[in-house]
Design a protein around this ligand. Structure first.
Ligand code: GAF
Length: 385
């Protein structure tokens, strides 16, 4: 029995029916493209969220987290209401509750359940702890209640849960990465069709490392800046007469930009269109085994997020600059931005030097020390117990 299962038994007085795990993710490239129907290239982290669960005969939901001292949150399935999600110390419970709500909204035959959650995905670090919790919960319920859902369907329901119940207007990338990624691969994702391609991505075999630098600046997607970016993109697509910015070809970018009067809208559109192109180019380089050559494109992606999309912050910029100065092939912020994590592609042998250089740069700038660790593409969500 896993530790999470043991904790479930101690908490509820009977064993769970199973344990399901879903990982956090790092996005290699393709940022702020997912709500524009575009492309992304995330991979799953080894860190994951485990949900031990058992079905109930009634419509009661009991939720418990190993990390929250407030105790068991008890909810009535019939009373789940996006206008009134759990608040305060119980606000973490909005994520699993949201998944129950989305499954019910989709008319899927579920009843109540008892859940216990344990996770080592850092929260607020831009590494998709929310998606990990949603996807682990969705997979647990799909198995407990025999729901005939594909992984992309499960991811789409988890996104719906976060959008409509939690109130965060995210795209589908994080949930897809958590649900569908495979070990040793990056996941090329078409966020319009939800088609996926698994692209071999083995840094170790190429003598490389991908460092994740958590700046420890907490980001909060629910705050207005993310929603503003989304709204600008949707307005620009409407002004240009396309269903989504994904439909603007890279080759015709200058002509499209010339049709937009607002300089800010031009910058936002330029980021999205060039970022989609970077995803395709990096996918091509990975397929050709030319991993080092992705570096300049990664850094170009950061500059685009910093200057055109304006979602970086001083700590992320410093992490990227310090890693670059210490010899990284390329570096960029990853995830939604406004804090969270950066990634850096480096020679394996350079890990101590780059780690030291970034840590020293943070100390000199008066920032709290970053958390720096290598990440290797890991497996997506699965039943683990
Ligand atoms: C966050 C969102 F949740 C994703 O959907 C995506 O938009 C990302 O920011 C930016 O690429 O992680």
């Amino acid at each position: 029995m896993t530790g999470t299962a043991q904790e479930f038994r101690e908490l509820y007085g009977y064993p769970p029916e199973g344990v399901w795990a879903a990982p956090g993710r790092v996005n290699l490239i393709g940022e702020h493209t997912d709500y524009n129907d575009g492309f992304a290239l995330p991979f799953a982290l080894p860190q994951r969220t485990e949900v031990a669960a058992a079905p109930r005969a009634d419509r009661t939901l009991r939720l418990h987290s190993a990390h929250i001292p407030a105790g068991v949150v008890t909810l009535d399935l019939a009373a789940l209401d996006p206008e009134r999600p759990p608040q305060g110390a119980d606000s973490w419970a909005a994520y699993p509750a949201a998944v129950f709500w989305a499954l019910l909204e989709a008319d899927l035959p579920i009843r109540g359940a008892d859940l216990h959650v344990r996770s080592d995905v850092p929260t607020g670090a831009g590494l998709s702890s929310s998606a990990a919790l949603e996807v682990a919960t969705a997979l647990a319920l799909a198995d407990l209640y025999g729901l005939p859902l594909t992984r992309p369907e499960l991811a789409a329901l988890a996104r719906r849960a976060e959008n409509a119940y939690v109130g965060v207007p995210c795209g589908v990338m994080d949930q897809m990465a958590s649900a569908c990624a495979t070990e040793g691969h990056a996941l090329h994702l078409d966020t319009r069709s939800l088609e996926q391609r698994h692209i071999p991505f083995d840094c170790a075999a190429a003598g490389l490392r991908l460092l994740v630098i958590d700046t420890r600046v907490k980001h909060a997607l629910a705050d207005g800046a993310y929603a503003q970016r989304l709204a600008s993109c949707h307005q620009a697509a409407a002004a240009l007469g396309v269903p989504a910015l994904r439909d603007l070809p890279y080759e015709g970018l200058d002509r499209a930009l010339a049709r937009l009067g607002d300089p800010e809208a031009r910058r936002r559109v330029r980021h999205v269109v060039t970022e989609n192109e970077r995803v395709l180019r990096i996918e091509g380089l990975l397929r050709a085994g030319r991993l080092r050559e992705t570096g300049p494109l990664l850094t170009e992606g950061h500059v685009s997020l910093r200057d055109d999309y304006e979602v970086s912050c001083p700590e992320l910029d410093l992490a990227v600059a310090a890693a670059g100065a210490a010899g990284a092939y390329g570096a960029r912020m990853t995830g939604g931005g406004f804090g969270g994590s950066a990634l850096a592609l480096i020679d394996a042998a350079a890990e101590p030097a780059v780690t030291r250089a970034v840590t020293d740069a943070f100390r000199r700038a008066g920032h709290a020390p970053p958390r720096i660790a290598p990440a290797a593409p890991s497996a997506g969500a699965a039943r683990v117990g």
